[in-house]
Design a protein around this ligand. Structure first.
Ligand SMILES: C[S@@+](CC[C@H](N)C(=O)[O-])C[C@H]1O[C@@H](n2cnc3c(N)ncnc32)[C@H](O)[C@@H]1O
Length: 264
């Protein structure tokens, strides 16, 4: 934390950056030495972390597929990260080329990449610079620019993002703000770092304190509580592997995943 008890912004110089650490784990090129050092520290405790990052991407694509199969044609990917393929719009638009996707991230570097690599090249794709800790600002822009029609169901994904929201920043309130605008039949998919991860991993992560990559991992019960107002699909909020295949190995960093549908 900084003196004013605020999570630093990703563009603050010399800080670890969650998008770039993740990009490094996904073998991308948009990262700096400080981010690679943290990635390597984490990898030394959990060498399977790169695989886990890919499990999370696969889960996200599965959630998009599920929502698209249910007829959803508009998607908001919050904390979208540095673009990696395949991405939300590729899955959604394969099912229906008219599907609309908005990628939102608060990191200006991520935003520039999203704009150049995704929004400029694909119809129906928009990159928005926005901080989920100010959900109403994002919602106002989505409505004002008619990017999303909230009278129709929408799928919202928060993949590996909510654990960057500290408890005092009201994670449940952020999701509730989106939920209250979402039509019934809308989907919410998220992954979240679990306190069931190996203690050594949680210890390494304390080095992120005071940077924009600071994390607050939560229990399965706390993560499930983020789905208030949504009916959870089976198998519920469980380690991400369980959403993919029964034979995948467990990982020392545990990433919880769940998908919910907003009822009437
Ligand atoms: C670990 S990466 C995950 C990227 C992507 N969702 C994926 O799964 O490949 C986390 C992303 O969340 C973004 N992020 C973190 N806090 C955020 C906030 N308050 N508002 C918007 N984006 C945020 C970071 O900039 C980063 O790009």
């Amino acid at each position: 934390m900084t003196d004013d008890n605020r999570t630093p912004q990703p563009f603050e110089h010399g800080h670890l950056n969650s998008a770039r650490i993740y990009d490094y784990l996904l073998s991308g090129k948009d990262n700096r030495e400080i981010d690679r050092d943290m990635g390597d520290k984490l990898l030394s405790h959990a060498p399977e972390l790169k695989t886990l990052a890919w499990f999370c991407r696969s889960f996200m694509l599965k959630a998009v597929q599920l929502a698209a199969d249910a007829g959803i044609r508009q998607f908001i990917d919050l904390g979208s990260g540095i673009p990696n393929s395949p991405n939300v719009h590729e899955v959604a638009q394969e099912i229906d080329p008219s599907s609309r996707v908005v990628y939102v991230d608060y990191d200006p570097v991520v935003h520039t990449h999203c704009d150049a690599l995704l929004a400029a090249k694909a119809d129906g794709v928009t990159a928005l610079l926005g901080d989920i800790r100010h959900p109403h600002k994002i919602l106002d822009e989505l409505k004002h620019r008619t990017l999303i029609d909230f009278n129709e169901p929408v799928a919202v994904s928060l993949i590996g993002v909510m654990h960057y929201v500290m408890e005092f920043e009201d994670p449940a309130g952020i999701i509730a703000a989106f939920r209250d605008e979402m039509a019934s039949g809308s989907y919410l998919a998220l992954t979240h770092g679990s306190l069931d991860s190996y203690p050594e991993i949680l210890q390494v992560l304390t080095a992120t304190k005071g940077t924009s990559a600071q994390v607050e991992f939560r229990t399965a019960a706390q993560t499930e509580a983020l789905f208030a107002g949504f009916e959870l699909f089976e198998p519920g909020v469980v380690p991400v592997q369980e959403w993919l295949r029964p034979d995948l190995p467990s990982t020392r960093m545990v990433m919880l995943a769940g998908i919910g549908r907003k009822g009437k």
